[in-house]
Design a protein around this ligand. Structure first.
Ligand SMILES: [Mn+2]
Length: 287
């Protein structure tokens, strides 16, 4: 199996004059039919460009979908941040396109400037508003960033991350607050209960987003959807539609991949595994 992948890589790149990329392919450990990544946020200090580069080197593919928030135009306008590693990612993508990988770029909200170039190509990278990918198993997947499904929820999302870390602090704050309230003659009021309610609402936003995206995909006649945007990797069935979110490369370092047999898998790249050259698998779903 492994030899087949190596042979494929060697066959595709045997005549290339670009020796740097040949080394990349020598480092390749598994070829996928398609890779879906989003929310790289290049141009921000949070972007895990080095890990992403290692992941891309380890995994050549026939298709590569860049599903929005690839370059963070919002942050770059505020403050220019562009280290070498971010340049390396762009170079890697352009080289990959040159070598025959079909790269499809679906812009998101942080790189909405790219929406002004729909239908154009940059060094072989196609820019389109949304795409449809058909797996070898015949599954039709709608590919979209997902920001069109935003309500007003972005700030509420942060509450979901507070979790238990702030719980103790909340309790302390609650005590002080209620001492004060008692002094003012006001009844007891639970701050932590209030926050918990808020967190629950934030979590239900995620579910609402997932359900909204899946039902729109279904309405359009697709059997599944691949999106990003909410930085929450997921693959599950929602009322008969396969919902896939490829996560992000700021926190979770995740990608959705399609194997050559049409199997879809959510992979999580551990930087500690880079030396060993393999990724750990978070979830797998046969379709
Ligand atoms: Mn986004």
């Amino acid at each position: 199996m492994r030899t087949t992948f190596e042979a494929l890589g060697a066959w595709g790149h045997g005549f290339a004059p670009d020796d740097a990329d040949d080394r990349d392919d020598a480092a390749a450990e598994r070829r996928y039919r398609a890779i879906f990544i989003s929310d790289l946020h290049l141009g921000t200090p949070g972007c895990q460009a080095v890990a992403l580069l290692a992941f891309l080197k380890a995994h050549p593919s026939d298709y590569l979908y860049l599903i929005g928030d690839i370059v963070d135009g919002w942050q770059l306008r505020r403050r220019w941040y562009w280290p070498q590693s971010h340049n390396d990612v762009v170079q890697k993508l352009l080289r990959r396109a040159r070598r025959g990988c079909r790269i499809i770029y679906v812009p998101g909200n942080h790189d909405e400037f790219a929406r002004g170039f729909l239908g154009h190509r940059f060094g072989g990278i196609e820019v389109i508003e949304d795409a449809v990918h058909t797996t070898t198993a015949g599954l039709r997947l709608w590919v979209i960033h997902g920001d069109y499904f935003d309500g007003v929820i972005q700030c509420a999302k942060w509450l979901a991350y507070l979790g238990d870390n702030l719980y103790e602090f909340t309790l302390k704050l609650n005590r002080h607050l209620n001492t004060l309230r008692a002094r003012l003659g006001l009844p007891y009021w639970s701050l932590s209960a209030y926050l918990k309610h808020k967190v629950k609402k934030a979590l239900s936003y995620v579910t609402d987003f997932e359900v909204a995206v899946a039902s729109e995909a279904r309405r359009r006649g697709h059997q599944g959807v691949v999106c990003g945007h909410i930085h929450r990797a997921e693959m599950r069935d929602i009322d008969g539609t396969l919902y896939c979110n490829d996560g992000d490369w700021v926190e979770s370092r995740t990608a959705l991949v399609e194997h050559f047999d049409g199997r879809l898998e959510l992979v999580h790249w551990e930087p500690s595994h880079e030396a060993q050259g393999h990724e750990s698998i978070t979830r797998e779903l046969a379709t």
